[in-house]
Write a protein that binds this ligand. Sequence first.
Ligand SMILES: [Zn+2]
Length: 457
Amino acid sequence: MIRITNTLSGKKEELRTLEPNRVKMYVCGPTVYNLIHVGNARPAVVFDSFRRYLEYRGYSVTYTQNFTDIDDKIINASNEEGISSKALSDRYIAEYFKDACALGVRPATFHPRTTDFVQEIIEFVKDLEKKGFAYERNGDVYFDVSEFKNYGELSHRNPEDMRAGARIEVNEAKDDPLDFTLWKAAKPNEPSWDSPWGKGRPGWHIECSAMSSSLLGDSFDIHAGGNDLIFPHHENEKAQSEARTAKKWVSYWMHNGMISVKKEKMSKSVGNIFNVRQALKIYGANALRMYLLSKHYRSPIEFSSERMEEAKASFKRIVNALEEINKKIGDFSCKEDAFSHEWRDRMIEALDDDFNTPQAFSTLFEMVKLAHSSDDKEKLYQMKTLIMEWNYFFGFNFEESSSSSSKAEPFIEELIKLRNEARLRKDYKQADKIRDALKSLNVEIRDSAQGTTWRWI
Ligand SMILES: [Zn+2]
């Protein structure tokens, strides 16, 4: 039985889906006004991997990830370039797919865009107004938080405390500082749509409520995203949706931790971002996926070149084990037996427990170690099969790495030759330097009377 930590209860809960063997899931996606950075890639990779794991465990998953393609940042960026917000967001949606594809993130079942759902959003807001949860002021429409009794339930905040701490803004037309915008009146030179409240555009929070109800229904199983979205975004989404239907909207809320650089959250506003595009070029997709999955999804992670090099080396250990197994077993094959069942059970036990990927990798690396020390072909064959089977949810691209490591082989041979020449002229300092350099590339060399041999470690 799969258990996940539900932000709503703050506890690990057993996954019980609304429909048998089916998971309906919604993940808040990026605002498309620039290239995504490593912080944006974390929910994309973590929840892609979790979705794959749900499928591995027999669920059919309807996975929805939106694109916010209208908001202040998009309007500002498009005005700066002198192009339409549609042209700008179309460009960055295409760029997003390039990065996601390189990272091995599978396309969602649905990728809704806000501007394709404006009519549904208007209907949603009209409904809230009819039910007494929304009011209009000068073409802006606000959600009336005082009418919704469970406000603060998800983020575990008390509305009274929030009101006491709220800043009173000048010219504020809202009745309550906690009320938030559902619909914004049009400003000059902004894209706008006709509505019962005049020309305007959707507020940010309403899009996820409207798109999920159109695509997944009034209630669904899992809503996921970064923990920076818990308040106000997810709290507000929940209030709107539950006010409208009077039903429980989402069964499980999953939130990933943030990525920091030198202890500060990676974000565009702090100015410490690292684009996925750059990271892919320097470290490769497999290292990036390994880095993003090696810590538990709820924990914060630090981004640094050291962490990335570690992730790269960890991934290489898996590739080396597969190469070594292939060398040892050739085309030997056999049926699976208790050996496979035990290891598979251990892997499932780790991931069923709140998607504990660090535990899953520690199981995998235990197997990698065993692969190096074992000569039992039956076991080695089963190890190889399991590693490939588990890659269904880890999502690495072994093709990419094997071609790059086989490309590296002539260079390794060349370095060994140089080292042997250094030893012949008794330049041991240089010889050691070359040996250390090879070691940092995960290459171990052995000298014997027959000459020098090497292997991946
Ligand atoms: Zn959202």
